[in-house]
Design a binder for this molecule. Structure first.
Ligand SMILES: [Zn+2]
Ligand SMILES: [Zn+2]
Length: 293
């Protein structure tokens, strides 16, 4: 049976990435993190768009690679991580939602589909599918392609039921529908996180509905949004994410999706304090971090 072998964080930052360029070019005195990110000792503060690579051991011996979110910096992530770990294929992509930092790298998948003559299955909810169709009409309907039709071959699978698991490359995946802010009329905007084995991944979240809590319960590893220390209208702050760790009590939590107010060594120091005082394992993610399962 296929089993998750390891996770690699392709990106751990917000949509704008870290460093924010104006923080450096204008020498923004209020931002120490962006400047620090440019130094060798502060390198873990350099952050691309939040994304995770799930590597799966398959009985046929070839490792399968599932990418969760393929944002604006997917190419840079792949250039660093895929080359370093000798990762040749993208075997499936799971999209969490239709924001630019989750899906604007979809066009770059052509390097893997055309170069390797593959079609890549893409899984997303209905609303995200609509956004993909508006942003990239030629990806959804190759009849709309121009210039010889050199577009990635993608096979879209819409997740119609957010509460039932689906199969992806032999792995059972449970969607985790959470709120990621609201529209101006107050309706929630939904983000689809994913649970596979005992791992729950919810990288952009402002509220976990009760029905989704039931689906996340018992996870041994939880990867959670912690944009900044305090709350944000569409994201957990660190304290919100920590409340969830205290509620769910996973064996280990990893926080991600940090903005430029979050300094990596400071986060590490806070992790030590949590370990000492509450026996909680809460690690800050960084780009390129490898988590063996
Ligand atoms: Zn900054
Ligand atoms: Zn988002």
């Amino acid at each position: 049976m296929p089993r998750v072998r390891e996770l690699i964080f392709l990106g751990t930052g917000t949509s704008g990435c870290i460093p924010n360029i104006p923080c450096i070019t204008s020498n923004n005195p209020r931002c120490k993190v962006c400047k620090l990110s440019m130094t060798p000792e502060g390198r873990k503060n350099q952050r691309r768009n939040t994304s995770l690579l799930v590597r799966v051991d398959h009985p046929d011996g070839r490792i399968r690679n599932i990418v969760i979110d393929c944002g604006k910096t997917f190419y840079e992530s792949a250039r660093e991580v895929f080359i370093k770990h000798n990762i040749e294929t993208v075997d499936a992509v799971l999209l969490t939602h239709g924001h630019a930092d989750a899906m604007f790298g979809l066009d770059d998948l052509r390097q893997w589909t055309m170069g390797l003559n593959l079609s890549i299955p893409i899984y997303c909810d209905k609303e995200t599918m609509g956004t993909v169709g508006e942003a990239f009409p030629y990806l959804v309907d190759t009849g709309k392609a121009t210039g010889g039709g050199a577009v990635p071959s993608l096979a879209f699978h819409v997740i119609h039921d957010s509460f039932s698991p689906f199969q992806c490359l032999g792995i059972t995946i449970q969607p985790l529908r959470v709120e990621h802010g609201t529209y101006s009329d107050g309706r929630p905007f939904y983000f689809t996180g994913f649970r596979f084995d005992d791992i729950s991944y919810v990288s952009d979240c402002s509220r976990i509905p009760d029905e989704t809590r039931l689906l996340m319960a018992g996870s041994k590893l939880m990867i959670l949004d912690a944009l900044k220390w305090t709350s944000h209208p569409s994201h957990f702050g660190y304290w919100d994410a920590l409340d969830e760790v205290r509620y769910f009590k996973p064996e280990r939590a990893i926080f991600t999706d940090f903005c430029h107010r979050m300094e990596h060594s400071e986060l590490e120091r806070y992790s030590e304090k949590l370990k000492e005082e509450e026996n909680l394992i809460v690690d800050p993610a960084f780009d390129g971090m490898v988590v063996p399962i």
